[in-house]
Design a protein around this ligand. Structure first.
Ligand code: GLU
Length: 293
């Protein structure tokens, strides 16, 4: 059988301009693919149409080409593949691990504040957000049908404990070649439960990051996921979804984050560390590469 080449991807969201942290991620993916005689893909993660803009996508393409990167065409744009995420969601629904939920961000915040004012410690996910406090998970079939027919906006959430129970005795792990937040490499035990009942689809964004990323990595045959350390813990959710959806397991490499002068992770609104700003200031692509790798 002929050897299939490894597949790497850089998967930015076009909701702002790329900064030095993205340059590191893109260059690393590109160079690792090249060193392994592999393929390098660019994927535009534009599921959240309320935040993504066409002009940012054009800027991404321009910045990456200026850095000297070359990727396979056509690039995948998630907004053009909603049916793929809908089928994945349907499959999960068939497993009985989804439920519709209605609490808004504001309602969640208020419910958690009330519980904490009562002296309870409310559990938080690895990103610091409170776990979902709603009780729709325990609704009877009748209550659920009434909710779905009520015309209220709802989001599909993963019933995390039920999903984990479907693993049976199988242990959920991933293979990590980068350094995690505390420096682990090797086989990492995934703890998806820490995330609670994550959202997989909502009325204004038909697929969540988690659902579309695992669907696309599988559909595109991605063998190596190379991305920032900020997504290290999310890998646990991705491994769980891959298990439930019977998708192959890629290798993972979470790279360091580039911090701003204030010691915080760079953000897309941080204009002076934008790749375009370096270009406008007369820096060469080699100079920008040298800053990050
Ligand atoms: N679209 C995600 C982001 O811009 C990255 C997804 C991934 O690499 O898994 O943060």
């Amino acid at each position: 059988m002929p050897d299939t080449p490894p597949v790497f991807r850089f998967a930015p969201s076009p909701n702002g301009l790329l900064h030095l942290g993205h340059a590191l991620s893109a260059v690393l993916n590109h160079d690792m693919a090249k060193a392994a005689n592999g393929r390098f893909l660019l994927r535009i993660e534009d599921i959240d149409q309320t935040r993504c803009r066409q002009e940012f996508e054009a800027a991404i393409v321009e910045d990456l080409a200026w850095l000297g990167l070359d990727w396979e065409r056509p690039m995948r744009r998630q907004s053009e593949h909603l049916d793929a995420y809908a089928s994945a969601l349907e499959r999960l629904n068939g497993l009985g691990v989804l439920y519709p939920s209605v609490m808004t961000r504001g309602e969640i915040k208020a419910a958690v504040a009330e519980a904490e004012a009562d002296g309870q410690t409310w559990p938080r996910d690895p990103d610091g957000s409170p776990l979902y406090p709603g009780r729709e998970r325990t609704y009877s079939t009748g209550e659920r049908t009434a909710l779905l027919e009520s015309g209220r906006a709802y989001a599909w959430r993963l019933d995390m404990q039920k999903a984990i129970s479907l693993l049976g005795n199988a242990s959920l792990t991933w293979s990590e070649s980068g350094a995690g937040p505390v420096g682990e490499t090797g086989i990492i035990v995934a703890d998806p439960g820490a995330w609670g009942d994550v959202i997989l689809s909502r009325s204004d964004a038909p697929s969540s990051y988690h659902l579309s990323v695992v669907t696309d990595d599988a559909l595109q045959g991605v063998t190596h996921v190379v991305r920032g350390r900020d997504l290290y813990h999310s890998t646990a959710v991705h491994r769980l979804l891959q298990h439930l959806l019977d998708l192959p397991e890629p290798l993972y490499h979470h790279h360091r984050l580039i911090l701003g002068p204030d010691g915080r992770k760079l953000s897309k609104s941080n204009q002076d560390t934008g790749i375009a700003a370096f270009r406008a200031a007369g820096h060469t692509p080699q100079e920008v590469r040298a800053l990050v790798v």
